[in-house]
Design a protein around this ligand. Structure first.
Ligand code: PGA
Length: 269
């Protein structure tokens, strides 16, 4: 838990495999980071474009050591996905199941991102089913929660967060809950260049940990990583990393630039 978790959410980018590989390789040049675990979440179609995938699939870890690094030990990172379907297999045209992701070497799956709630009508019910599918497949779901600008103005932040968390985590046994990661992603901060202040983030993270503690007990709540996401970049990352109670960052736009993302990883140390 002392290590910061830094998640790169590429969203629906880039548009060619060539660019995806260049980005993978750029990130692979980052020197070894002691205090952070890095997870790259590309679009599904690039999950297998990952250079040296056989090693990743064998060990669950990709190390660029000796391949891209120019001296020193290079960074290891893990693979993540941005979504999954809750059924394991069957007649569900266009869907990718948690089991398929597990087989592709994926360790983390982002679930309930606000863009999925907004553009793909994801509900608490489907999010809950997806979280269960990811846990059952032996991976960690990264549950995204956050209020819209309008809800914030109406002082509904805590009410919204609590209902999102309770809905998403309904009927999940406590022994599985320790593998869940939560990302506080205020919708108004995503892609706007206007990150939440560190103080406000801390208040919200404390609240989220309390909700988890009431549901699963203190010892599990202490072991769950709670991250911040929304316009995180190399300029503000240091302020978030300084806070012990903020366990890492979910990075969107800034993760599409290998240099910028490397800088964020470096700041974590
Ligand atoms: P952003 O996106 O860093 O571009 O604001 C974060 C996210 O949506 O996960």
């Amino acid at each position: 838990m002392n290590k910061k978790l830094i998640i790169a959410n590429w969203k629906c980018n880039p548009t060619t495999e060539k660019e995806a590989i260049t980005l993978f390789q750029g990130i692979g040049r980052i020197k070894k980071i002691k205090n952070a675990e890095i997870v790259i979440c590309p679009p599904f179609i690039y999950l297998k474009s990952f250079p040296f995938l056989p090693r990743l699939r064998r060990t669950g870890k990709f190390s660029a050591k000796g391949r891209f690094a120019s001296g020193g030990q290079a960074l290891s990172f893990k693979l993540g996905a941005q979504n999954c379907f809750y059924e394991e297999k069957g007649a569900f045209t266009g869907e990718i199941s948690a089991k398929m992701l597990k087989d592709a070497g994926v360790k983390y799956v982002i679930i309930g991102h606000s863009e999925r709630r907004r553009f793909f009508s994801e509900t608490e019910e489907s999010i809950n089913k997806k979280i269960k599918a990811v846990l059952n497949a032996g991976m960690s779901p990264i549950l995204c929660v956050g209020e819209t600008g309008e809800q914030k103005e109406k002082s509904q932040t805590f009410k919204i967060l609590e209902s999102q968390i309770i809905g998403a985590l309904s009927a999940i046994p406590a022994q599985k809950a320790k593998n869940i990661v939560i990302a506080y992603e205020p919708v108004w901060a995503i892609g706007t260049g206007r990150a939440c202040s560190v103080d406000d983030t801390l208040t919200v993270i404390l609240f989220i940990r309390n909700v988890i503690s009431k549901k699963f007990g203190r010892s599990i709540s202490k072991n769950i990583s709670i991250l911040y996401g929304g316009s995180a970049n190399s300029k503000n990352a240091g302020d978030f990393f300084k806070e012990k109670k903020i366990n890492g960052l979910l990075v969107g736009g800034a993760s599409l630039d290998a240099k910028e993302f490397s800088l964020i990883a470096k700041i974590a140390g």
